[in-house]
Design a protein around this ligand. Structure first.
Ligand SMILES: Cc1ncc(COP(=O)(O)O)c(C=O)c1O
Length: 488
């Protein structure tokens, strides 16, 4: 299975068959030089072919993809001209990025023009709340500042507050089961770093949160992809993938899944818990979006369904990024106390402590969460309605399921033109996450676009108006390769 394969940087060289296996089937069926060049460019931009690795010789690649040598030569020429390859006499042709290009996956969060950023499914901090929390934190900071300030596990008060919240939500938790991290993303990176070795298999949903896929690829892990759509999970496929491939870990986003918005039914949660346990697979549950329950009660933590030790293999990830602010780097992992100790050792290898000021602020934010959340959810419901109205007005041919929570719509464009549309929309100042960014395999989800409703209504309307204009513009959109977009 080609899913999620990635070339390891340590290899320094990619073989012709290895590269051919990463190319989408339509390129292999008709390997024209432009299509070949674009496919290789996408692999470089998506990080599947790392920078500074040597590509196969032209003759070898031509053989592996069933093309003429002239086709591969022309494709390499094109990639060289556009800055994605360079050749060194006597040593071969290497991948690189054009000069001045932002590093892969590190595009600016906020466009520096007056563009409309629909690539980020997150909101600004709730009005006034950070200021109040800072004022509360200031005198406490003075106390904490008398200590050396290294708290690799996190501030004890914050660990206790997070544990207490899990306990109140039906999952009894002690403070020593919590590691405070710099956001959910670091939590995932630490979990993968502790549990997996290079080349291990990790089961992920497909599509899934793009930066999680990046973390899996950077850890040089292989993926076993399980389909999820805006209608739910293919649990049978998940069970058979777990049985057959016994992945080392599985990563899921059961609550208002990013990007589809789906909420995993309780029965599927139980099946997943049981199947991962049987397979000896660590289950990493990303509950970053759990609190954004717009039309349904907030789901209980998935691990709370595993009674009598049935969830020892579960690591639960959470964060304040969606309830409060992504700029406050506070997230956490909940797991067994022994595992937390081991995760902390992994953390210290790259990061001695999280910011204690952020953590003090977080203690106050968590204490007030239940009072503040309803207003945030009401705002999101209003914005979701505004987005739906705009879509109905400007692009009535697009389809979507209204998600019961979360921050975005997973829109079906009806045609596989998402990357081309994202590129054209970019020229009109709208930055958006093309469907393929969320897919395990290159070139997939081309008929999908993720549109967050995290901007004010007027901006959403203007964004959709520009998207629709790009979509309806005279020349038909053809499937094309996009520049990398940073999405969250
Ligand atoms: C499912 C999921 N996990 C993790 C994150 C990242 O969260 P954090 O900012 O806490 O690292 C996001 C943000 O979009 C997300 O949607």
């Amino acid at each position: 299975m080609a899913s999620g394969r990635v070339v390891h940087t340590a290899d320094r060289t990619i073989g012709s068959r290895q590269l051919a296996a990463l190319l989408p089937p339509e390129v292999l069926a008709r390997p024209g030089y432009r299509a070949l060049a674009e496919a290789v460019r996408t692999l470089i931009l998506d990080g599947r072919v790392p920078l500074h690795v040597r590509l196969p010789a032209e003759r070898e690649l031509a053989e592996a993809v069933g093309a003429s040598r002239a086709t591969v030569t022309a494709a390499y020429d094109l990639l060289r001209e556009s800055g994605y390859l360079h050749s060194r006499r006597g040593s071969g042709t290497f991948t690189e990025l054009p000069a001045g290009h932002a590093p892969v996956g590190a595009h600016a969060l906020v466009p520096d023009d007056d563009g409309i950023d629909l690539a980020i499914a997150a909101m600004g901090a709730p009005e006034g709340v950070l200021g109040e929390a800072l004022a509360w934190a200031a005198p406490r900071l003075a106390e904490v500042a008398r200590t050396p300030g290294y708290r690799p596990y996190g501030l004890p008060e914050l660990r206790a507050a997070v544990a207490d919240r899990y306990t109140r939500r039906g999952l009894p938790t002690r403070p020593d089961q919590i590691l405070v991290t710099a956001g959910a993303q670091q939590a995932l990176v630490l979990a993968l770093g502790l549990l997996c070795r290079v080349g291990d298999r990790v089961m992920t949903e497909n599509p899934t949160y793009a930066n999680a896929l990046d973390a899996v690829r950077h850890a040089r892990l292989r993926t076993a992809a399980v389909a999820v759509s805006d209608r739910g999970w293919d649990m049978e496929l998940a069970e058979s993938a777990l049985r057959q491939t016994e992945p080392r870990a599985a990563y899921v986003v059961p609550d208002f899944h990013n990007p589809t918005g789906s909420l995993m039914p309780v029965e599927d949660r139980q099946r997943l818990l049981a199947a991962t346990r049987r397979a000896g697979t660590w289950l990493i549950v990303d509950e970053t979006i759990s609190e954004i329950a717009l039309d349904v009660p907030r789901p209980a933590p998935l691990a709370s369904l595993g009674s009598r030790g049935g969830a020892d293999h579960v690591l639960t990830i959470g964060s304040l990024s969606k309830t409060h602010w992504g700029g406050l780097r506070v997230g956490w992992i909940r797991a067994g106390a022994q595992l937390i100790t081991e995760l902390t050792a992994v953390r210290v290898a790259s990061d001695m402590t999280g910011s204690l000021l952020d953590q003090l602020v977080a203690i106050r934010l968590l204490a007030d969460l239940d009072q503040g959340l309803p207003a945030r959810l009401a705002q999101l419901r209003d914005q979701r309605s505004a987005l739906v109205t705009a879509l109905q007005q400007y692009t009535p041919e697009w389809r979507w399921q209204l998600p019961p929570g979360g921050l975005s719509l997973w829109v079906d464009l009806g045609e596989p033109v998402s990357s081309a549309l994202a590129e054209r929309a970019g020229a009109a100042g709208v930055h958006i996450g093309r469907g393929a960014r969320f897919g395990v395999d290159p070139g997939t989800f081309e008929h999908r676009l993720r549109i967050p409703y995290t901007l004010p209504a007027a901006r959403l309307e203007e964004g959709v108006r520009r998207l629709a204009a790009a979509f309806h513009e005279g020349v038909p959109l053809s499937p094309a390769v996009d520049r990398p977009h940073w999405v969250a």
